[in-house]
Ligand binder design. Structure first.
Ligand code: C2E
Ligand code: CA
Ligand code: CA
Length: 721
């Protein structure tokens, strides 16, 4: 073990003494750095890579206790050991109260003692880091010896009482008793902190001092040992005081019998065990055994604090499984749990012991990587983890394939504190998901800009509803055989106060994610119905209007009612309204979508399956929606003239739909070549720039309702033939 130690000491002799002693240590290699006054010490502490600090109690007029207090006050969590002299009685307590981790009496100091205290203090300060590792559960003191020996530390200044207690203990434990007796406060505390006993029995009165103080100090220093306090007389005050100090039990000396002592000791040990268990429960995710959210956060905070001091890097990975929800929904929670456990194990097996794997909830995992020297190795780890996750997982009933997206951020490169590194890793994960699932992504500042832009847009979107910045444009749908107008598709436009007219592709996805699509969709429905009523009142020929609905709206229980009441309020027959939903939205929850669409159909509302052909199981789904209208996706129409495979798809979609008695709309028709082909395949309805772009309601006049809207050239050519 190597340790960089700062010694704040003005006295040259004392400095030499410590320096010589550190040269004599057995298993500890100490690099000693000296500061000869507190200011120099402070500066070195903030600059250099110090791991432990030895502070002389007296430097000129100043006090080491003040030095410790000051450093603790500014949040320095470096362990500090106060060096005291022969006449500095009572300083030890003051030092501990100020936040010192330990103290050492310079008088009679030897190498062994120095080594023990340095080693103990250093490991104590790292104790949490070590024990927080999920593979090594927190264990502040050892469990009872394997051979059943009861290791008891007795702290008692009265020799007679020592013999008395020893006799009782021998009665109880016989040859299994390993009793150690200490009579003075200072060595007693050191012994306690070494944590090599099963239980500590401590006298209430230790010379001029109080045994409870010792318990308090030990507990304060993180000692998790069971304590039993012995008192001269029993009263309720002492009882309470003992419990508050952290003792597990207290016994009145005159009343102690062997069975009582036996019971008390076993009870104390058991109670500490269950307390420890509870503490672990609070840190561990019960399902997977990984660190839970609190534990993760604590570890991250600590790792960053440590990295700050050691000028090292911390990497944070956020891992999101891709198809967890689908597995959970399809195979049930038990299967989902199995999946999570298996993934947890794979993650844990593929990181170093100094890294922490946690589950933040649901299918969100995290890894805190400490002691990171180069970013490339973090990428390699992410790569390995993704490959591990991709292996099929056996969930009992069957095997499933899941993937994951990983976002990675580094301290101090991408963030300067725990909160911001979490945000950065999350941004990276999110940005990655938008591009390609199953990959890992390092955080970049551009991601932040994009995320900020989205946030701003979301804020603007909220305002847009209130300030009525939306408008519906209408795009004609025309009967392919007659060229007559059948209806319109209503398409949303946003008049952004800064950016001008914004197309839906820029904001619909965002609106869906933030659920703002629900009020926006409500507005679109209401506006469409108001427009239909206005045309009716102006005695225009009857046409339908198709409104786009997104999956998120289908999750709302009130949707059916909303549609019904909106139509009724405007006194419109349901046949004038068409509901468009994309095939992929239906696939998100086929059963529920099916139920709702059937309800709409039954009411007489037209139902159109949008972007058809882009989903997975198009043709199978057709049968489930009798009476629906199929909208062939724009992408197939676009390449109809050049791509034989697209022609084949369009042709078979139309044929299939007609077999099932369904009407077909081709959208995105831009030229007469496309129109020709669609006509040759007896497509029913066309929509596209060739006929008209989406236009505002104010631009829709009588001529649109009465004219043949198909291009003249086409009709003429046909007439000549
Ligand atoms: P969509 O439902 O597939 O709408 C058709 C899109 O194709 C419209 O884009 C339309 O302007 C465009 N388009 C029409 N004819 C042509 C053509 O000949 N060539 C080309 N290249 N494009 C053509 P828009 O208006 O930008 O809408 C984009 C998408 O936004 C829509 O795709 C729809 O999914 C969504 N959207 C629009 N309005 C709403 C709404 O009120 N609610 C919901 N949930 N989504 C909407
Ligand atoms: Ca549409
Ligand atoms: Ca479409």
């Amino acid at each position: 073990m190597h340790l960089r130690v700062l010694l704040v000491e003005d006295d040259d002799d004392d400095y030499l003494l410590i320096r010589d002693l550190t040269g004599d240590l057995r298993d500890l290699e100490v690099e000693l750095i000296r500061a000869s006054d507190y200011d120099a010490g402070l500066k070195l502490l903030l600059d250099a890579n110090i791991q432990t600090c030895l502070v002389d109690f007296r430097i000129g007029e100043a006090s080491g206790v003040d030095f410790v207090r000051k450093l603790k006050g500014i949040g320095c969590d470096l362990p500090m050991i106060l060096l005291t002299g022969a006449d500095d009685t009572g300083v030890d307590r003051e030092a501990l109260a100020a936040g010192a981790a330990n103290f050492l009496d310079k008088a009679g100091l030897d190498a062994e003692r120095l080594e023990r205290v340095l080693r103990y203090t250093a490991t104590q300060s790292q104790r949490v880091d070590v024990s927080l590792s999920p593979m090594a559960p927190a264990s502040a003191f050892p469990s009872p010896a394997e051979d059943g020996t009861m290791r008891i530390l007795l702290i008692e200044d009265d020799e007679d009482d020592y013999f008395l207690t020893k006799e009782l203990l021998s009665d109880v434990f016989g040859r299994q008793l390993a009793l150690e007796w200490v009579s003075a406060w200072q060595p007693a505390l050191e012994r306690v902190l070494e944590g090599r006993h099963d239980v500590v029995v401590v006298d209430y009165r230790l010379g001029a001092r109080n045994g409870l103080e010792l318990v308090r100090e030990a507990v304060h220093l993180g000692c998790g040992m069971p304590f039993i306090v012995l008192t001269g007389e029993g009263n309720r005050e002492i009882d309470l005081e003992a419990m508050h100090a952290g003792a597990t039990d207290y016994l009145v000396k005159g009343e102690i019998t062997a069975p009582l002592l036996d019971r008390s000791i076993r009870y104390a040990i058991e109670r500490r065990k269950s307390e420890r268990h509870l503490a672990q429960l609070a840190q561990i995710d019960q399902l997977t055994g990984l660190a839970n959210r609190y534990h993760f956060r604590e570890f991250l905070d600590r790792s960053i604090a440590l990295a700050k001091r050691q000028q090292s890097k911390v990497a944070l990975m956020l891992i999101d499984l891709n198809r967890f929800k689908a597995v959970n929904d399809t195979y049930g929670h038990a299967a989902g749990d199995l999946l999570l456990k298996e993934i947890a194990g794979r993650l844990r097996r593929n990181v170093r012991p100094c890294d922490l794997v946690g589950r933040l909830g649901g299918d969100e995992f995290t890894i805190v990587m400490t002691e990171v020297d180069d970013v490339a190795s973090v990428g390699a780890t992410a790569e390995r983890l993704l490959a591990e996750i991709r292996h099929p997982v056996n969930i009992g009933i069957c095997e499933v394939d899941v993937g994951a997206s990983i976002g990675i951020a580094h301290y101090p490169d991408d963030a300067n504190c725990a909160d911001s590194i979490i945000v950065s890793a999350d941004t990276a994960m999110y940005a990655g998901k938008g591009q390609q699932v199953g990959c890992f992504h390092f955080y970049t500042p551009e991601m932040h800009q994009r995320a900020t832009h989205r946030l701003e847009l979301e804020r603007d979107l909220r305002r847009a509803i209130r300030q009525q910045q939306f408008e519906l444009f209408f795009q004609p749908q025309v009967d392919l055989s007659s060229g007559r107008l059948l209806g319109f598709e209503a398409l949303l436009r946003w008049h952004h106060p800064e950016f001008g007219l914004v197309a839906p592709n820029e904001f619909i996805e965002l609106a869906e994610e933030s659920s703002l699509i629900v009020p926006i969709g409500e507005w679109a429905l209401e506006t469409t119905c108001a427009q239909l009523a206005a045309w009716r009142d102006a005695h225009m020929p009857e046409v339908h209007v198709a409104v786009n609905f997104s999956a998120r709206q289908f999750q709302d229980d009130g949707l059916l009612d909303l549609v019904r009441t909106t139509l009724a309020r405007h006194d419109l027959p349901p046949r004038l309204l068409e509901i468009e939903i994309t095939e992929s939205d239906i696939l998100q929850n086929p059963a529920e979508a099916n139920r709702l669409l059937t309800c709409f159909s039954d009411l007489g509302i037209r139902v159109a399956l949008d972007d058809f052909g882009t989903g997975y199981s198009s043709l199978n789904h057709l049968r489930a929606f009798p009476g629906a209208i199929i909208k062939i996706d724009r992408s197939f129409v676009r390449d109809i003239e050049t791509s034989t495979s697209n022609r084949a798809i369009v042709q078979s979609l139309i044929a299939m739909a007609h077999d099932l008695d369904l009407k077909v709309v081709a959208e995105g028709v831009e030229n007469t070549g496309q129109l020709d082909y669609l006509r040759s395949r007896t497509c029913d309805i066309v929509q596209g720039f060739l006929i008209s772009r989406p236009i505002p309601a104010s631009a829709i006049g009588w001529e649109l309702f009465s004219d043949n809207l198909l291009p003249r050239t086409f009709s003429e050519a046909e007439a000549v033939a």
